[in-house]
Design a protein around this ligand. Structure first.
Ligand SMILES: [Zn+2]
Length: 284
């Protein structure tokens, strides 16, 4: 074999190896992206149920003895738990981990304003979702409660937390069932967006969470006023309920933030599992 031919073969085989590596990286990139998008969709779903909690508290004039933000979280968690499907359980696990990650990303320098804020701390919100999970069904959710290092005594008393919310939500659902003539009406609008937020906006729309939650609100509740669901650029990563316009606003920036939190975590761990794992991200 001539040395020129040998060199050509070597160059060709190097090119094949590099092309193979490139393809593998692209495939891994696609998988990572798919996991990050699913995580973002699940977190968006939880946020939407939370905002629907505010909507119901306002429109149905529900009594709330405690912080409204905690009540809205409890309503979101209960709604997902009551579905009792693998998809809903995965959404709850992702929502809890979402709060844990945002607590780590944005909560390193807490001051008094965080303690007197209307929301519980992100990290508390994560633990409370898991507490209600294990409180609702200790056999199914013992593993995740242990992954979050919630001690056995607290895991056991989470049953009482869950039972109180379950009783309250069942009573709420029973007393506000829609009559035929007057079901809730929800109108969905996706506002156009260009530039950096385009991908997040597309991913949010494709997730279908607006349609899913809108259909459930229409099916389960009788509301006097029409409800608007608006997805748009807000200038901040957030979601809101506006009682003046009876409108839930979901910001594309929030979807982008969820995708980025997941992608960074997956990158740092070099895998495709999002969760605290044994002795993993649970420590601050
Ligand atoms: Zn809220």
């Amino acid at each position: 074999m001539s040395s020129i031919l040998l060199r050509v073969i070597l160059v060709l085989s190097m090119a094949l190896v590099l092309a193979g590596t490139g393809l593998a990286q692209e495939a891994m990139g696609k998988k990572t992206r798919a996991v990050a998008h699913r995580f973002a969709a699940n977190n968006s779903l939880f946020v939407l149920y939370h905002e629907v909690g505010h909507l119901l508290i306002d429109q149905l004039k529900l009594p709330v003895l405690g912080r409204e933000e905690d009540a809205a979280d409890n309503m979101a968690t209960w709604t997902l738990l009551s579905k009792n499907t693998p998809a809903a359980h995965a959404a709850l696990a992702d929502a809890a981990y979402g709060w844990l990650l945002s607590g780590i990303a944005y909560g390193s320098n807490l001051d008094d304003s965080d303690y007197y804020a209307s929301h519980s701390l992100d990290r508390q919100r994560a633990f409370h979702i898991v507490c209600l999970m294990v409180g609702s069904d200790d056999r199914s959710f013992r593993a995740i409660a242990t992954e979050y290092a919630i001690d056995r005594d607290r895991q056991d008393t989470c049953l009482w937390d869950y039972e109180l919310i379950n009783r309250s939500m069942r009573s709420l659902m029973a007393s506000h069932q829609p009559r035929k003539a007057r079901t809730a009406q929800v109108r969905i609008t996706y506002h156009d967006v260009s530039g950096r937020l385009r991908n997040a906006a597309d991913a949010f729309r494709q997730s279908g969470v607006f349609e899913q939650v809108a259909a459930e609100v229409e099916r389960h509740y009788s509301l006097n006023k029409p409800v608007e669901f608006n997805a748009k650029r807000c200038g901040e990563a957030n979601a809101f309920y506006d009682s003046d316009t009876v409108e839930i606003i979901f910001c594309y920036e929030l979807m982008e933030d969820f995708i980025s939190l997941a992608a960074k975590d997956l990158q740092s761990k070099g895998g495709l599992h999002l969760g605290p794992g044994a002795g993993g991200r649970i420590s601050q």
